[in-house]
Design a protein around this ligand. Structure first.
Ligand code: SF4
Length: 58
């Protein structure tokens, strides 16, 4: 699984609240790729919760 955050991110922090193992907020959310595999369910939950649809899971 590849997880990316596109430029729509408004740095709201929702994804970090849901899955801090993978997402952290800098200028926008950044992804800790090494943690994705162990947290894929909460990554998908965060993607669904993102208010601007910025999290892409492929
Ligand atoms: S939930 Fe979406 S908009 Fe909010 S910080 Fe995460 S990626 Fe950015």
């Amino acid at each position: 699984m590849a997880v990316t955050v596109n430029d729509s991110c408004i740095a709201c922090g929702a994804c970090e609240s849901i899955c801090s193992e993978v997402f952290s907020i800098e200028d926008k959310a950044v992804v800790n790729d090494t943690a994705v595999a162990d947290n894929i369910d909460s990554v998908k939950e965060a993607a669904d919760a993102c208010p601007v649809g910025a999290i892409e899971v492929e």
